[in-house]
Design a protein around this ligand. Sequence first.
Ligand SMILES: NC(=O)c1ccc[n+]([C@@H]2O[C@H](COP(=O)([O-])OP(=O)(O)OC[C@H]3O[C@@H](n4cnc5c(N)ncnc54)[C@H](OP(=O)(O)O)[C@@H]3O)[C@@H](O)[C@H]2O)c1
Length: 358
Amino acid sequence: MSLWPGAQLPDLAGKTAIVTGANSGIGYYTALELARAGADVVLACRNPEKGEAAVARINAEAPGRARFGQLDLADFAAVHEFAGRFKEAHGALDILINNAGVMAPPVRRTTAQGFELQFGVNFLGHFLITALLLTPLMSAKAPRVVQVSSVAHRRGHIAFSDLQSERRYRRWKAYEQSKLAMLIFALELQRRSDAGGWGLLSLAAHPGIAATELFANGPGADSPMARLTRLGAPFIRQSAAAGAWPLILAATAPDAAPGAYYGPEGLLEFRGPPSIAKARPKARDPEVGAHLWDVAEMLTGEALKPAPQPRRAIRRDDPSTLAGCMAGPDPAGPAPLVTPPPAQTWADALPASHAHGR
Ligand SMILES: NC(=O)c1ccc[n+]([C@@H]2O[C@H](COP(=O)([O-])OP(=O)(O)OC[C@H]3O[C@@H](n4cnc5c(N)ncnc54)[C@H](OP(=O)(O)O)[C@@H]3O)[C@@H](O)[C@H]2O)c1
């Protein structure tokens, strides 16, 4: 299936979506199209002024569909606050698009918790928000999570011995690592959902090369790489609106395959109509996926797995329980309440090879 501007999206009325970093660039156009298709969209942005301005622009085209939610992915406390507010206000989350990102700041910067900014915002912040929103996701009928990667993942390497670029900061290497981590995360999430029966569709997408604020916010609008991209723009770059389509396809395509990765279909996947993209084999390695997941759980302090089922007291004489069926009603009167052994958790149902961090 190939979608392009003007194509008909499925009707998203009644669905709730979150798009991180939706005040500009491809996140904005993704949120706009989801809202136009009828979804209620939360624009999860760190800057209230920019976020509210984007909400107003979207609501002018799709009245009442967009709202702002404050989220700074560079601070785990803020991520917890955002997730808490969302859970208070909503029952289910149908679509989570982990789009926000920062690229190649010239000097090494860190998050509130001291992680290298690109690894911390692009990957760890999104790992944490996904973990905290897993319950609302699993309350939706057909939940989807989309991680935004990049063609830069191809040159990426997960440097487990120096994930935070403490020994040496190479800004492009750190960006490539964060974008490879996002693709690995998408594929590992699908593996875990399949193994544990979580019912998630986990997907990834990249925009090719799109004209957004990414250069200005990172290496600088006058950096050599930004100038080079501007020079080759007519051949290698597309608009931010066009760059959003692989994300929109991942979020809505009725025939999306579990773990699919979308990107532009043109030369080197830089531009063009959205289609299936190529993930490098290193992104598909399940051992690396499992290890990165363990590390992310450790660094965020949050296990990404379904919450244990609540304990439920049962009565021996309750015919709806196995004990009740076998024993039948007790003529001596109701039996005392008994507490069952702790309910089996979703994680207990995972094969040992997937039961990490327990
Ligand atoms: N443009 C491309 O050619 C390209 C290519 C490959 C992949 N990508 C990926 O596409 C995604 C979107 O980027 P874009 O190109 O649309 O660039 P953009 O216009 O700069 O948008 C990035 C968004 O992320 C937000 N953000 C940055 N740090 C944040 C934080 N700590 N907490 C919350 N939000 C934060 C920004 O908010 P502020 O406005 O407040 O800074 C902005 O809304 C990124 O993940 C990027 O890696 C882009």
